[in-house]
Design a protein around this ligand. Sequence first.
Ligand SMILES: [Ca+2]
Ligand SMILES: [Ca+2]
Ligand SMILES: [Ca+2]
Ligand SMILES: [Ca+2]
Length: 264
Amino acid sequence: MRRRTMVVVGSLALAGLQLGVGGAPAVAAPHRPAGAAGVVRTLADFDWPVTGDWDGDGTDTVGIWRGNRFHLRNSNSAGPADVSFRFGSSATDFPLAGDWDGNGKTSVGVERGNTFFLRNSATNVTTFRFGRATDFPITGDWDGDGTTTIGVVRGNTFFLRNSNSTGPADITITYGRATDFPVTGDWNGDGKTTIGVVRGNTFFLRNSATSTTTFQFGRATDYPVAGDWDNDGDQTIGVVRGSDWFLRNDNSAGNADLSFPFTP
Ligand SMILES: [Ca+2]
Ligand SMILES: [Ca+2]
Ligand SMILES: [Ca+2]
Ligand SMILES: [Ca+2]
C-alpha cells in the first residue's frame, strides 16, 4: 500500500540533504515513491510540478505549487510566473490540475485526506470526497467529454470517476506495480486521458488494455509530468529535475525538445 504521509523518514532525510546544499533556497527537490514506503505527501519546502493549459490557447505549460501558492507560467520557457495565487495548505494537501468545468482552461485543485477541492475560480470551488486518504490522486478526461475529473491509485489499482462528485469509480484498472509512479495523459490524441506508470526512468503509457507504449526518458530520480507541449493534440511526457524542466513532444526515447528552468 502506497502511503503519502510525512512518516517517510528516508525521504525526509533526503530532503534535508538537498535543502542543505550551499544554503540554497528551498526549491524544487524531486519527490518519488520510495518503494513500499511510498511518496512523501507534502513537504512545504518542495516545489510540486503542475501542468496545464492555464490560458486556454491549446498548449500545456508549466507551474509549481510551493507552500500554499500556485505559480503558473503560460510559456514553456525560462521566465517568471504569469499567475500566482494562494490555494490549499502545504501541511496537508496534494496539488492537482485539470479543466474541471470544461471551459478549455486548466485550473488547479488540491486533495486533502480524501477530500478534493477543485478550483474553477477564486469564488468557485467544487468540494467532494473520493477514495481514501492514503490513495494517490490523479486527474484526466477519462470519457473524452471535455471535462477533467479525478481518480485515485491504490497499490496498483486505478479508480477513475467521470464526475467531480462523491460516488463509485466508473472505471477500475489494475496496472503496473504498487511502487510505480502514476502518470496520466492523452497519449494518442484521441481526446481521452489514459493512465501510465513510471518505473525507474521507464515510462509505460497505456492507451488500452492491449496497447502500451514503453520507453525510457530522464533519470530514475526525476519527477514525471505530462502535457501537450506543442499543441498538436497529444499529450507527451517530460520530467522535472530540481528546478529544470525537460519536455519531449513524442512518447518515445530521445532528447528533450524543450528544456528550461522555472524558478518563480
Ligand atoms: Ca496554454
Ligand atoms: Ca476550466
Ligand atoms: Ca470527462
Ligand atoms: Ca503534443
